[in-house]
Structure formats: structure tokens, C-alpha cells
Design a protein around this ligand. Structure first.
Ligand code: AMP
Length: 358
């Protein structure tokens, strides 16, 4: 049993988007303050956090002040510069730890980590330049996807190839960045497991959700997912292995492809995850509280699902339907306080809940 973080302590959150916003609300419910570090002035988390330090990720002095103002530090995105982490780690614990970030910041490192654990992934090959892409195409074939090793999210930094003739165009599309070539996995559907590991090493997983993407962006998550009992068990066990291998503390999203040969790991996200938003209305303890519990040394909470839920993201102009959605008394709304609407921008989400047994 570990000591609980003292009441009134401050949790630092790197990144002030919607995930940081919902983490801040959960932290407040558990008696903690939050300090958000984000370069943007009017970021979603700044509306609800106790403090907002507005500075760039390469501002070492600001990072030092941030760390000194906090008791522990967590994050809502994985692409935090290594130098920033070095400054913070010298002063305060970062949870989840550096190893999870190192592995998930680089698609090649992540794939090697997963295959070393004996988990199935898409076939892949490293691509440093156009010569290596030709060799990778000879090995993996087409259709395949060229993905930048770093800084890819919501389908960005990815190009699909249907023929080796498209190699030069694909390399140019990703700006000749270091990449991997992945074979296209023939999946029937996509699911994810939101898993948590406490400071003492205990692991708990939410029921897997089924995810629908459009243009590389998550549109909806439905629970329960279409999975056999054996697949459900596999999903939870493999998530547990990943967390244990990283000595992980906090919540992680594990994205999976469901294929006839079994579950294939697409990627891991060392943070609360969009596909776990359904837990806010489908479980007593949602993923945000679970994350705060884990990093603050609390026992994990009960994430048993008490309802069927469909989570729908409100993306870009979807928010224009707000007055219509607001009339739907069964739609639990979670809005992020973003005033600028842009195509592809996540503005909020809706959870539609059907209690079990009804
Ligand atoms: P990612 O950013 O890698 O999660 O990719 C975004 C989406 O692209 C995934 O959720 C899948 O729908 C699709 N995708 C990515 N990689 C593959 C793959 N190797 N095979 C088939 N579909 C993929």
C-alpha cells in the first residue's frame, strides 16, 4: 500500500487540451489542485485548472517554475520534448514514467517493444530514405501505409500506397521524415482497451470499446464491443502485459485490430484516451478519475460497466447541431469550451447511455 498524495496537493498537467480539462475536473473531485502547462492562452484546461502556466515547451525556466509549483506531474499527450521532461524529472516525479513516453513517441520503437513482448502487430519495416522504402516495399508489399515515426496523430503523417510506383510521392508527402512502412491489416473492426495500473502494480481494465474512425479521426466508440469471450480476455491480458512491461502508472489506451487470426495491436497511448470517454457515463469511476487515483497513489476504483454506451465525438461543424442535441434529454454532453471551430477539431462529445437490464 502506498501513501496517498496529500489533500490539496497540486498535480501538474503537461498539455491543456480537452484531456487535461477532464483530468483537472477529476483531480478537483478528489481534493487536488491542478496546474496546466500549455503554450496557448485560452486552452480548454485553463478554464477549469487552478493555475495555467503559459509558456513554450523549450522554456527551461518556465518548466522549472512549473515543476516547483507541482507535487507530481502527468501529461495529456505523448509528444513532449525530451529536454522538457529532463528539466521536470530532475525536480518532480513524472507519472506515467519516461519509458512509456520513449516507447510511444516513436512508431518503430513501439512496434519493436510490442513484438518483443510476443504481441501481434501489423508487418512493418523501418524506412530512413527512399532506398529503404524500395526495400521495405519489396518486403511488405502493397497495400501498405507509410507512417512518420514521430509526431503522428489522428491519421496525420500517414500515406497509403496501393502500388510501389507511389513510393516517391509518398516519401514527399511525409516530408522525407524517418518512417515505418506497415502492411494493411485486414481487420473486421477496431477496438480499444482502456487499462490502468496503480503505483502498487495492480491492473484494472475497462470493458473494450468498439471504435469507428473517419478520415483517421475517431468518430464513435460503442460498448460493448463485438468480441467473443476469448477475445475479450485476450484484450485485457495483453493490455496488462504492456502495462507491466513498462512498470506503468496511470491510464493507457491500447488500440487493437480484430482479425480472423486474433487481436493485432495498432498502437498504445500512454494517457487517458478519446475511446475511453464513454466511461464518464458508463462506470462509477471513469478513466479520468482512475488516472488521477493511480498517479496519486490511490487504490484503483471500480470501473465495472453499468450501461451500454455510444460515445459520439463532435468534430468541427458538428457543434453547429448543438441546440438540436441539447433538446435530446438522454444525451450526456461534454463540451470543451473551444470557441474556434475548425475542420477536424474535436469540440466535445456525447454519451448516449442505456442502463444494463433495460
Ligand atoms: P493510427 O494513427 O496509426 O492509429 O492510424 C489511424 C487509423 O488508420 C487506424 O485507427 C486504422 O483505422 C487505420 N490504420 C492504421 N494503420 C493501419 C494498418 N496497418 N492496417 C489497417 N489500417 C490501419
Amino acid at each position: 500500500m502506498t501513501d496517498l498524495l496529500t489533500q490539496g496537493a497540486t498535480i501538474g498537467i503537461l498539455g491543456g487540451g480537452q484531456l487535461g480539462r477532464m483530468l483537472s475536473v477529476a483531480a478537483a473531485r478528489l481534493g487536488y489542485k491542478t496546474c496546466v502547462f500549455d503554450p496557448a492562452g485560452d486552452c480548454p484546461a485553463s478554464h477549469v485548472a487552478n493555475f495555467h502556466l503559459k509558456a513554450a515547451y523549450d522554456d527551461a525556466e518556465a518548466l522549472r517554475r512549473f515543476a516547483e509549483a507541482c507535487d507530481i506531474v502527468t501529461y495529456e499527450f505523448e509528444n513532449i520534448p525530451t529536454d522538457a521532461l529532463d528539466v521536470i524529472e530532475a525536480l518532480r516525479p513524472i507519472r506515467p514514467g519516461r519509458e512509456a513516453l520513449r516507447v510511444s513517441q516513436d512508431r518503430l520503437t513501439e512496434k519493436r517493444f510490442l513484438t518483443d513482448l510476443g504481441l501481434a502487430t501489423a508487418p512493418y519495416a523501418a524506412v530512413g530514405d527512399s532506398g529503404e522504402l524500395a526495400a521495405a516495399l519489396a518486403q511488405i508489399g502493397t497495400p501498405s501505409i507509410l507512417k512518420t515515426r514521430r509526431f503522428g496523430y489522428d491519421g496525420k503523417g500517414q500515406v497509403r500506397l496501393t502500388s510501389p510506383d507511389e513510393a516517391a510521392h509518398a516519401m514527399a508527402e511525409i516530408g522525407d521524415a524517418p518512417a515505418i512502412l506497415e502492411g494493411v491489416v485486414a481487420f473486421s473492426h477496431e477496438v480499444s482497451v482502456i487499462a490502468a495500473r496503480g503505483l502498487g502494480g495492480e491492473v484494472a481494465c475497462y470493458d473494450p470499446g468498439e471504435n469507428l474512425h473517419r478520415d483517421g479521426i475517431l468518430r464513435s466508440t460503442t460498448v460493448p464491443a463485438r468480441l467473443s469471450t476469448a477475445q475479450r480476455t485476450d484484450a485485457v491480458l495483453l493490455a496488462g502485459r504492456i502495462l507491466n512491461a513498462l512498470d506503468y502508472v496511470g491510464v493507457m489506451g491500447v488500440e487493437l485490430f480484430v482479425t480472423e487470426q486474433g487481436l493485432v495491436v495498432n498502437e498504445i497511448a500512454p494517457r487517458v484516451h478519446n475511446s475511453g470517454h464513454w466511461t464518464q457515463n458508463g462506470c462509477a469511476i471513469d478513466q479520468f478519475e482512475q488516472h488521477i487515483r493511480a498517479i496519486a497513489g490511490w487504490p484503483l476504483g471500480d470501473g465495472t460497466r453499468h450501461a451500454d454506451v455510444v460515445m459520439e465525438n463532435l468534430i468541427g461543424a458538428d457543434i453547429d447541431r448543438l441546440s438540436e442535441i441539447a433538446r435530446d434529454s438522454a444525451a450526456a454532453l461534454h463540451l470543451y469550451g473551444k470557441t474556434q471551430v475548425k475542420p477536424g477539431r474535436k469540440m466535445g462529445h456525447i454519451n448516449r447511455v442505456t442502463p444494463l437490464g433495460r
